[in-house]
Design a protein around this ligand. Sequence first.
Ligand code: IMP
Length: 420
Amino acid sequence: MSTAILGLQWGDEGKGKITHLLAKNADVVVRFNGGPNAGHTVIDRGVKFGTHLIPAGAFYPNTLSVLSSGMVIDFAILREEWNMLSEHLGWHPRLLIAENAHVIMPYHRVLEELEGSGKHFGTTRRGIAPTYRDKSAKLGIRVGDLLRPDIALARLELRLSFLKREWPDAAEIQGLSAGSLLEEQLAIAAPLLSCIGNATETISHAMSNHQTVMFEGAQGTLLDVDHGSYPFVTSSSTTFAGLGNSIGIPNPQVDRRLGVFKAYMTRVGAGPFPTIVSGALEERLRTTGGEFGVTTGRPRECGWLDLVALRYAIQLNGCTGLAITKLDVLSGFDEVKVCRSYRLGGQLTDKFPLSAEVLERCEPEYDVVAGWDEPISQIRDESELPESVLAYIRLIERAVNVPIEVISVGPGPEATMVRN
Ligand code: IMP
């Protein structure tokens, strides 16, 4: 049995909690995109973690956690996370790092600052876009290169020669030396070098032997580099369509594709957000929902649930089921709004536009439904949920035509109702 956990909004849907919960029964958990721009909040035995690179399988002793190709890896952050988890768990997480994943080098972060793209696009400033750009330009350093220092050195020398020509006046670039960069990376990555290997072979073997494999998506569908609100996106494929390519397995047989979405919406960084709210309402959602970035600490913009975007994301991922998170945050609202369609140039549309500029002009058309007063975070049995919560869930299911299989009413693993 294999499962993919996919974010259906602009990231921060609560994938970390759901993956951590389901990873308990997994033999292998695979992260397949992005890098330390992700921040997955996990509560393990009462301790809260914001993980950036290590998949949720790391919390279980018999589970292999794979950082697959398709990812970009900052070894300084990975090492820190590995140490932190080892201390918490009392053992070292079992990791496999794909030899063909790419390394985020210190100059990638420098480039993001020098170019000003971090500011312009509201990125996480973790060097993500410059690393993916180097990968496509064939100027990247791959994880496996660290096992062949002579090759890594030659690649670094080539990359630095280009960079120094591009940035003649930047002291941060001119001062770089391939030898010291490599030495530094090798020292940081030293305890993890034995974890480097062929991820495709391992995943393929696990799947053909009917092991329980989970795929952990990072970011959300609307941040996908091809299908999101470009250019206000991340630089990787965040959807199920990107999974096969990332892991190197054609048409992967993933039985369950669970799309995770929040009962409302958030976005961090720049870019259009049709259902955004402001003032006291925004403040209330942000404070109650703890809507601050796990990676950057930035306050997230908040808004109502957007069914146009949700339907689009579900279709792109071929979701077989859904998980709704943070329903408890909506307790105490007299009424709850849901965007059913957009008004664009005087016309109603239920199509999510591919252009960020068009999305910017879309105005939400809302359905207003009854809210609920009761706090629901202690409820563990669906039949005890207030009728208006159940009505909200039914409304969403009817609108998107995919069942909600998981209902999350709080951050801890216990605050979850899994429906049959
Ligand atoms: P980058 O991935 O750092 O290049 O950032 C590009 C955009 O994606 C920015 O708007 C970021 O805020 C957003 N982003 C990247 N990763 C995440 C995430 O894990 N959650 C939410 N937003 C993210």
